[in-house]
Write a protein that binds this ligand. Sequence first.
Ligand SMILES: Cc1cc2nc3c(=O)[nH]c(=O)nc-3n(C[C@H](O)[C@H](O)[C@H](O)COP(=O)(O)OP(=O)(O)OC[C@H]3O[C@@H](n4cnc5c(N)ncnc54)[C@H](O)[C@@H]3O)c2cc1C
Length: 446
Amino acid sequence: MKKKQEKCDVAVLGSGIGGLCSAALLANKGYETIVVEKLPIVGGRCATLKYKGYKIPTGVLGVPMVGSFKSIFDEVGAEFDVTPMTTPPKYLVGNEIIDTPESDQPDAILSRLCSDEKEIAILKRGINKARTWSPPSNEMSLQDFIYQYTRNENLAEYYNNMSDRILSTRAHEVSAKEYFQSFSGSLKDFQRVGFAPEGSIALMKALKKAIEAKGGKVITQCRAKKILVKNEIAEGVVVEGKKGETTILANNIVSNAGPKKTVALAGKEYFERGYLRELRNMVPSLQIWVTSISDRPLFDVPILYTYKTRRLVSFVCVSHVCPELAPKGKYIHYSISSPVSQIAPWNLKNEVNMHIQDLKDHLPGYNKYGEVLHVGCYWGEWPTLANAPIVGYNDIPQKTPIENLYNVGDGVAKKGGWAGGSPGCALTAKIVVDDIENRFKPGQSL
Ligand SMILES: Cc1cc2nc3c(=O)[nH]c(=O)nc-3n(C[C@H](O)[C@H](O)[C@H](O)COP(=O)(O)OP(=O)(O)OC[C@H]3O[C@@H](n4cnc5c(N)ncnc54)[C@H](O)[C@@H]3O)c2cc1C
């Protein structure tokens, strides 16, 4: 029997943010584009599952209202149905709620945590230098950076919380360089954040629609099985879908499956040892997200940052912004925690127990009105960030050692800008599409 064959300009493997942003940009520029996704739904870690009448994210909850992610929707004409959050977060320190006027700004509560004006001045000078002049070394942790200026335990806790919630890595493991650079990179897009009332999957469906409107294809339940390489150049991919096996020949392959899977799909023999070592050093980060429900909001603002807890770093009452995510009269909340170390072994059961105990001990009203709906543990192949910015991390490039084969997504998100998330993944798509555009014209013959 003759094997099925298709041709296109670009084959995209995986429909996460990186994959769909790349495909939408390419299709919009006239490239014949085919996306294959092994799951029945698009979006990967930016999708939404319906559970007992509630809409639960597979990853992305909040997205920036400006910057690299949003600009792709504007460029390709995809609907960006996101409700902005207008109320600033508050802080829960132990059991006390602190409400600062500018509490959405980093370091806004420093003055409450420092012992005196002199300590504030010394610390601020060090932080300003790191942010505006030159970042600290990639070989130094944020904790070591802070310890240069103060041993104040309150501050140590504060920076633990900050680095945990923005980079899912605690201060003693996170690269001080990445921490400070992320404020001038994509993380600054999050100063204006919003939530999708139909769940983040609606955004991914909007990109799919934009791809299809330009003649591209997005095929779900279709797994990439092998990337075809000839003379160290990628020339196609073998996929298996509902209708059996097909070979897609393409000028360029964009893999959103993660750099390690890309190697497995193409064959290890095409990659130099140094590159493989860098991939082995990648640390995917663990986070636990507990979904709690109630018939009243458990606090009065959408985001509460929690510290001086066992594990909990933040609590989000998304119903304040998007009541559509819960059935009428019900409220949905997410609480977030990470282990103390992303590198040392952790016990998942203990981590979940500590998270739930934190909710009970610290969140006013939780015991009386809150109920756990769902516990999600995200790590390994479904991590919060595929390449957490641990001290000494490797910045994996989007181009692979095989010509015409690229990676997109948070495994190859540009460090020194933020390790991933929606803006970081969108940025990888932009970088790859620019490169393809410089090298190939739409329809250039294979
Ligand atoms: C719990 C959690 C909460 C988060 N919250 C936020 C947040 O609020 N805001 C934010 O910006 N970021 C958040 N993130 C981070 C964000 O989800 C990720 O950085 C981003 O979604 C990763 O996208 P990606 O492009 O790497 O693709 P992925 O989401 O990793 O998608 C890859 C896709 O490729 C598919 N695939 C894999 N192998 C194959 C194959 N062989 N063939 C075909 N398809 C294949 C997979 O099924 C998947 O759909 C969160 C992550 C988690 C886990």
